[in-house]
Write a new protein. Structure first.
Ligand code: ITT
Length: 199
């Protein structure tokens, strides 16, 4: 049976396929790009969970198939949790990873190492065409570097150094990142829920 991955972010799709397949989910995973006529939903929620549910419901309703969605972002302690749900458009243009990262580094240029704590957060939502919904969350805590390092991953990966590691997320292998990441934790927690509701 098909399970829709309700995201158009290529970095997320790659990670979700690996995480969900690695957790033994038997479903045929289909990206939202397979449904180009379904308009992007407005992310009007004020939390990661609300926005993940909005995205999952929109695809489930439009396709008549179960859908999972991810809403995620980087929360910086000294900025009161910003960029948070605005992570994808922090510098103004949605999905411009490099501009977002450069702006954030500029905003933190005066902040010393002791005050650069941050975490990635991910809400993983499942929605069924009948309106049934579930959502779970995961986190990865770390420290923000002063300059980007590494070519792996996407988004803010080159500047977040996970607690307990000397590398940035962009210097981890894909499997290493998925093992500890906010997305890995959230979607591995969602797998038993998918099994329970979809069989
Ligand atoms: P969809 O809504 O289509 O899923 P999006 O990129 O718009 O794609 P979000 O609104 O959830 O998704 O924004 C997430 C942003 O947070 C993303 O653009 C990155 O800048 C950042 N982000 C999320 N997870 C990340 C990760 O694992 N590593 C680095 N940055 C991440």
């Amino acid at each position: 049976t098909r399970l829709i991955l309700a995201t158009r972010n290529a970095g997320k799709i790659t990670e979700l396929r690996s995480i969900l397949t690695g957790a033994g989910l038997p479903h045929d995973l289909v990206g939202a790009d397979a449904y180009p006529d379904v308009a992007d939903v407005k992310e009007t929620g004020v939390t990661f969970a609300e926005n993940a549910l909005l995205k999952a419901h929109a695809l489930a309703r439009a396709t008549g198939l179960p859908a999972v969605a991810d809403d995620s972002g980087l929360c910086v302690d000294v900025l009161g949790g910003a960029p948070g749900i605005f992570s994808a458009r922090w510098a103004g243009r949605h999905g411009d990873d490099r501009a977002n990262l450069d702006l954030l580094l500029a905003q933190l240029s005066d902040i010393d190492d002791a005050h650069r704590a941050a975490h990635f957060a991910c809400a993983a939502a499942l929605a069924l065409p009948d309106g049934t919904e579930r959502v779970v969350e995961g986190r990865l805590t770390g420290t923000l570097r002063h300059a980007p390092s590494g070519n792996g991953g996407f988004g803010y990966d080159p500047i977040l150094q996970p607690d307990g590691d000397t590398r940035t997320c962009a210097e981890l292998t894909p499997d290493e990142k998925n093992a500890i990441s906010h997305r890995g934790k959230a979607f591995r927690a969602l797998v038993p829920v998918v099994r329970e509701l979809l069989g």
